[in-house]
Design a protein around this ligand. Structure first.
Ligand code: ZN
Length: 508
């Protein structure tokens, strides 16, 4: 089996899960579930970024220990991911012992392989605790970090370990130029190449006077023991999750895909590959920098002050409808908006009136006209048209254009509804001749196998509703154990349908 090891960014332990976190997890989950249906050996990692000055400060403000703060947030986030049916295989926390020892091992390996890559330097500059990063003049507006206008920048003067990132400029330019897929979408790649062309500065790898973190393995020449800088601590989680250095973990390095927000693409496609190169370790195969969920043109995030209660949004129509709406409405290669008005429109038009209605009509007709047993019938042009959409669905999923894949799946749903309208099964059922009887068999057989295909195509997006449809049409076993390779030849003849509760009820 082909390994498909994918990760999301680890979420920073400073506040409640918001819709931006949810969007990334839902998108990555659709990709993970898609690869399972392809038959790949999927390992899906998510987790929490639990160290750093911001966590330490928040714990002090709340009068609790940092560990108590991050424990509570890890429980809160993982409960949210369970509620959203995120099928992760591993939940990494950077306070885990396995991670802490793995980070030390990685830094020691760089010190061993390329000792000149770390050097001591006195540094002074504006530090944004929100970003956990030093900010350059171009990133500062009116004395504030452009990403965190509500925070006060700190003037920091300290002597740190620095990582010689500048040495890797040519390596990174080649990496980004020669591989069309290492970083996508393409707009992100162009941004990174422009950044490299402006010149890469070395980055701090350690901090002083910070207790909440992983001790940097090598003291300064003064003897001072420093703490690993938070990005040097966080990025290796994808590697330490494999049990690095002894590879005893559940997945094997390298990862096939990192799914991250466009705001941290720089860390994942500049700093992270340079760290791995310095350690003489393989690079992740692909990085996807998704866009943001906007509200009234503003990004949802803790710092922007734009708020939407994710629990409330999920409660509106359940987790599957929420997942569907976000991935249909917000293109995975760009930005998109969340509004309740649009959510209601999509729910009613796409889910209740289109897919839900089709499933309920088809099941009712098979029960009424054929006693619940799906008849046999020859494949026809509708199957060939479905196959064309299925092929386009696979191309879209292969390129992580999840919204495009959903369009194709919903085109199959629309075709099912058109088939019902065009064939008028209720008129055929009234006729008593053999030709009408055979024609009705063919239509019902087609409609159920179309529903089966739709359920499989939609399973990565709406795992629970897809399973419900699968059960109602009498599909064997769990839908999540099905394989795409059998999709176009799938026949539902002989299955027993069973009407159940309404798939997408209105007015709840
Ligand atoms: Zn900032």
């Amino acid at each position: 089996m082909t390994q498909f090891y994918l990760t999301t960014a680890i979420d920073y332990s400073n506040g409640e899960p918001h819709i931006g976190h949810a969007y990334e997890k839902i998108g990555a989950d659709a990709i993970a579930r898609y690869h399972r249906l392809r038959g790949d050996d999927v390992h899906f990692l998510i987790g929490m970024d639990e160290h750093g000055q911001k966590v330490e400060q928040t714990a002090v403000q709340q009068g609790i220990e940092p560990q108590a703060l991050v424990d509570a947030l890890a429980a809160r986030f993982s409960a949210m991911w369970k509620r959203l049916d995120i099928s992760y295989d591993q939940f990494m926390r950077t306070t885990d012992a396995m991670h802490r020892s793995g980070v030390r091992a990685l830094i020691e390996r760089i010190l061993d392989k390329n000792p000149d890559d770390f050097y001591e330097k006195a540094y002074e500059g504006w530090y944004c605790v929100g970003c956990e990063a030093f900010k350059q003049d171009a990133e500062i507006l009116d004395g504030k970090c452009m990403l965190h206008p509500t925070r006060t920048l700190e003037w920091v003067e300290e002597r740190n370990w620095f990582f010689r990132l500048s040495r890797y400029a040519d390596f990174l330019r080649t990496l980004l130029t020669e591989s069309a897929t290492f970083l996508q979408p393409e707009s992100r790649r162009n941004e990174m190449l422009a950044l490299i062309d402006r010149g890469l500065e070395d980055v701090s790898a350690s901090r002083s006077r910070l207790a909440w973190g992983i001790p940097f393995p090598k003291p300064l020449s003064s003897g001072e023991q420093q703490t690993t800088y938070v990005w040097f601590d966080a990025l290796p989680n994808y590697l330490t999750a494999t049990g690095f250095p002894d590879q005893s973990g559940p997945a094997k390095w390298p990862a096939q895909l990192h799914v991250v927000g466009k705001d941290i693409t720089r860390f994942h496609t500049i700093i992270w590959p340079a760290m791995l190169k310095a350690a003489e370790l393989p690079l992740p195969e692909r990085v996807w920098g998704h866009g943001f969920v906007l509200f009234g043109g503003e990004r949802f995030s803790k710092s922007s002050g734009v708020k939407l209660d994710v629990d409330e949004a999920i409660s509106r129509h359940g987790a599957d409808a929420f997942r569907y709406f976000l991935l249909r409405e917000v293109p995975f290669d760009g930005d998109g908006s969340f509004t309740y008005e649009r959510f209601e429109e999509r729910y009613n038009a796409d889910l209740a009136n289109s897919w839900g209605n089709l499933a309920s009509r088809v099941i009712a007709m098979v029960e009424k006209y054929r006693g619940g047993l799906v008849p046999d019938g020859a494949f026809d042009d509708n199957d060939r048209l479905d196959t064309a959409d299925i092929n386009a669905y696979h191309s879209a999923m292969g390129g992580f254009l999840l919204h495009e894949a959903l369009n194709r799946a919903m085109a199959c749903v629309a075709r099912g509804n058109e088939t019902v309208q065009a064939s008028q099964p209720w008129a055929l059922a009234k006729a008593t001749d053999d030709r009408s009887r055979t024609a009705l068999d063919a239509i019902l057989s087609l409609l159920v196998r179309q529903l089966a295909r739709q359920a499989i195509l939609l399973a990565p997006f709406m795992p629970s509703k897809a399973q419900t449809v699968w059960e109602q049409i009498g599909g064997p076993g769990s839908i999540h154990d099905q394989r795409f390779e059998h999709l176009t030849s799938l026949s539902a003849a002989g299955w027993s349908v069973k009407k159940g509760e309404s798939l997408f009820p209105k007015d709840i």
